[in-house]
Design a protein around this ligand. Structure first.
Ligand code: OOG
Ligand code: NI
Length: 284
């Protein structure tokens, strides 16, 4: 059996946990609840999964410059059996995204977005070009490039100038190539089995959730409900010092069946638009 994709996803998970301190403890919380739920269960519920927390999807971000654009980042996945799914536009954020899915339903979908750099100011374009120009030619060929972190040097002034114009541009500059979130599939949890109970449970445990447009993004009508934590601040090294800035976050998704009875596999642009703010330094 080809283990490449499993190895890649495991490497991405380990890298991600370092930047999402909440994810480790929330994952453990759900694993514990679902382990005991499946032990107590008398029926053989299809959602009793012995504490195994299933990922619905992961997400990556990039700039649309040729060396690192969405297609380049997608290659590690498309080379391993993933196929293109839907495409999504976020004109106000100057972003374009696609999702990729694998014939093996156990594997998470992959949501990759890219910043339309040419739509930013001349100054921001210069900054981003000079970051991307620092990448060693050929480095993006490695299948592990998509969890290799930041492939360039960055100073706080460049970060601040990018941040003033685009939170997304600044996040990519600071963190580079890695999963910015993993997503728990609520469909695979025996408990909690709905997004409202899940949000309440997390808030009761003191986690801060993204409330842009309300805690729950989407609805059964659009076949997808989502919520997420706000990324906690973590310490990042810049060439001229350290700064505490928002790192990675954890998302929760519940999918509903389409007309043919299978679960909807796409994303919802209006909801995704609000999930992007999970790494923001400023409220939106
Ligand atoms: C992606 C935001 C969108 C979703 O599930 O709709 C998203 C990001 O923050 O990079 O994850
Ligand atoms: Ni997501």
């Amino acid at each position: 059996m080809d283990n490449t994709i499993h190895t890649l996803l495991q490497a991405m998970w380990e890298d991600y946990l370092e930047l999402a301190p909440d994810a480790r403890s929330i994952h453990e919380l759900f694993a514990t609840i679902n382990r005991s739920a499946s032990n107590c269960s008398t029926s053989n519920s299809p959602t009793s999964n012995n504490g195994n927390v299933v990922n619905d999807h992961i997400a990556l971000r990039t700039y649309n410059l040729p060396r690192v654009n969405l297609a380049v980042i997608a290659r590690a996945f498309t080379d391993n059996g993933y196929v293109e799914g839907g495409e999504y536009e976020f004109p106000a954020r100057k972003l374009f995204a696609r999702h990729f899915q694998h014939p093996d339903p156990e594997l998470p979908k992959v949501f990759i977005s890219e910043l339309l750099v040419e739509e930013l100011s001349e100054q921001a374009q210069k900054h981003i070009t000079s970051l991307v120009d620092q990448i060693t030619p050929g480095a993006t060929q490695s299948p592990l490039f998509c969890c290799s972190g930041r492939p360039w040097q960055l100073d706080t002034r460049t970060y601040d100038e990018l941040l003033a114009e685009s939170e997304y541009a600044a996040w990519v500059a600071a963190f580079g190539y890695r999963a910015n979130h993993f997503t728990v599939s609520i469909n695979h949890l025996s408990e909690p089995d709905n997004i409202v109970d899940l949000n309440n449970l997390l808030q009761k445990h003191g986690y801060i959730l993204n409330d842009t447009g309300g805690l729950v993004k989407g609805s059964p009508d659009v076949l997808l409900e989502q919520s997420s934590t706000m990324a906690k601040k973590i310490t990042v090294e810049f060439t001229d010092g350290r700064r505490d800035i928002p790192g990675c976050f954890y998302e929760f998704a519940k999918r509903y069946p389409t007309g043919d009875g299978t679960l909807y596999q796409g994303f919802v642009a209006a909801s995704a638009d609000k999930i992007f703010t999970s790494t923001h330094t400023r409220a939106e």
